[in-house]
Design a protein around this ligand. Structure first.
Ligand SMILES: C[S@@+](CC[C@H](N)C(=O)[O-])C[C@H]1O[C@@H](n2cnc3c(N)ncnc32)[C@H](O)[C@@H]1O
Length: 222
């Protein structure tokens, strides 16, 4: 099994010998890769719909891992019990849906559980939801696939209030990274906010707080 760089970035974050769940698995590439490499021994590949779960079944059977990878219909984590998985990946979905899973699944508030999240949109909302629920983001990775950049967040429950600034929501841990995709992503974010700021300024609207953010973002560029 070969993974693209987006799924590979997620796979690289999975801790060895833990139980793994892939929420919204579709083709089940991630669990099959992890079992094949001996990173995990058992996994649950879950999806909301029968069609994607059929795709998952086909991949799992093709690779001969039906005894190690359970297929499960589940809306988010609703059909999961506490302690069924300690590595949980949610990838390729919108950030608002991912935030909803975090908000509604109280048992995720367990320091032993590792969340690996790859939102396609609303990344700032996912960071905010994590912080507001007492999680810390220990690592963020930017995966580049063709011209596209994807963010992968690694998070743990911290049993405490997580203080954050607006800049934390916008860039997260990325300023710590030295790799080219992270630098490219930060430039993109900077120009997005810079354009917003220029538009407000040119129409004589209040833009002091945005100006402050733009200045802070500029300091994050390398
Ligand atoms: C774009 S695919 C991503 C597949 C894979 N995780 C990846 O990153 O390549 C999104 C998958 O999420 C599933 N999905 C959407 N809403 C869901 C929900 N509420 N609970 C579980 N799975 C969901 C879809 O059925 C689809 O298979």
């Amino acid at each position: 099994m070969k993974l693209d760089s987006r799924l590979m970035a997620i796979a690289n974050l999975v801790r060895k010998d833990k139980s793994f769940a892939d929420i919204g698995t579709d083709h089940a590439y991630l669990p099959v890769y992890l079992v094949e490499r001996g990173i995990i021994n058992r996994a649950i590949a879950a999806d909301l719909r029968v069609g994607p779960l059929e795709n998952a079944k086909a991949t799992v059977e093709l690779y001969g891992y039906s005894d190690k990878i359970e297929l499960r219909l589940s809306d988010g984590l609703k059909n999961f019990n506490e302690n069924e998985a300690d590595e949980i990946a949610v990838a390729g979905m919108g950030g608002l849906l991912i935030s909803q899973f975090i908000n509604e699944t109280k048992w995720l508030k367990n320091p032993d559980i590792h969340l690996i999240l790859q939102p396609m949109t609303h990344i700032e909302d996912v960071r905010k939801t994590l912080f507001d629920n007492g999680f810390i983001i220990d690592k963020e990775i930017v995966a580049k696939d063709g011209n596209k950049l994807y963010i992968v967040l690694s998070a743990y429950y911290y049993e405490d209030f997580t203080a954050y600034t607006q800049l934390d929501l916008i860039v997260g841990r990325l300023p710590q990274n030295e790799d080219e995709p992270s630098k490219e992503y930060l430039h993109k974010i900077y120009y997005k906010y810079y354009k917003k700021y220029c538009a407000l300024k040119n129409s004589n609207k209040e833009c002091d707080s945005l100006e402050k953010i733009v200045k802070e973002l500029k300091k994050c560029l390398k």
